[in-house]
Design a protein around this ligand. Structure first.
Ligand code: ADP
Ligand code: ADP
Length: 233
């Protein structure tokens, strides 16, 4: 199993105001699945993604990522574990503003100890993969939102992680780039057998799902396995 949540609850706040962001969620996801999370704002989608990304810890319950009980990993080993196992795409690109596209993509590789020249070589190959070979030396502010999102995808894929997590990947970009981003997610899943989690309001994204999970009030409200369709890529 690529990802397992066992009775995961996440409560924010303390004292008088408590928010139950995730309420006793149990979920098993096999390698190569594409899980699309849908549901109203505040239903717990981002919280679930952050917990799977090991960016946040549950209040109770267990989280297994690629067979590892991440709750048992000491803080000091978490960053390396994350770099090797998880690619994360934030809603707002989150590129480092004073680094070029290729330097941004090279970052996670250099954090794993890959030498700068090699990291940059791979970064350029990844930028070519997302169709941005010509933008390698541009800074984020010189690129459109859609281009920045594609750089962010290249960065998320830099360490070839078995798990890719995307929070609203198409909501802040134009339709054309959204289609490219969706295609890249689908191709990566297909070629690398990457397990994908996407939170979205965009019904188009559900087209690449192996399972659509509807969240409501921190719970899995409904899970639908759409008929398997051969995606044209
Ligand atoms: P969604 O991604 O579906 O919009 P979230 O996971 O962001 O939902 O939020 C679930 C609930 O938890 C919401 O009520 C939200 O306000 C609350 N929440 C999320 N993050 C925090 C936080 N860091 N501190 C307090 N409350 C939070
Ligand atoms: P989304 O709806 O896309 O999930 P939100 O706008 O709800 O995003 O939240 C954006 C960020 O703010 C997240 O990192 C979330 O954890 C945090 N957050 C959300 N609600 C609260 C809250 N009530 N208190 C503190 N932080 C929050």
């Amino acid at each position: 199993m690529a990802v397992e949540l066992r009775r995961v609850t996440k409560i924010y706040g303390n004292g008088a105001v408590k928010i139950v962001a995730l309420d006793d969620v149990t979920l098993s996801v096999e390698a190569g699945e594409v899980i699309v999370l849908m549901g109203p704002s505040g239903s717990g989608k981002t919280t679930m993604l952050n917990i799977i990304a090991t960016l946040d810890r549950p209040t109770s319950g267990e989280v297994y990522i690629m067979g590892t009980d991440v709750g048992k990993l000491p803080e000091g080993r978490l960053e390396r574990f994350r770099l090797r196992n998880i690619g994360y795409l934030f809603q707002s690109f989150n590129l480092v503003p004073y680094l070029t596209a290729e330097q941004n993509v090279a970052l996670p590789l250099m954090a794993l100890g890959v030498k700068k020249e090699l990291a940059l070589l791979r970064a350029r190959a990844l930028l070519e993969y997302v169709g941005l070979e010509k933008a390698a030396t541009l800074y984020p502010h010189q690129m459109s939102g859609g281009m920045q999102q594609r750089v962010a995808i290249a960065r998320a894929l830099a360490t070839n992680p078995p798990i890719l997590i995307l929070d609203e990947p198409t909501s802040n970009i134009d339709l054309e780039n959204a289609a490219v981003v969706l295609g890249l997610i689908a191709v990566t899943n297909k070629l690398m057998k990457t397990t994908v989690f996407v939170a979205t309001h965009d019904p188009d994204v559900a087209r690449i799902a192996t399972r659509v999970i509807y969240m409501r009030g921190g719970r899995v409200y409904e899970a639908i396995e759409p008929p398997r369709r051969e995606l044209k890529i």
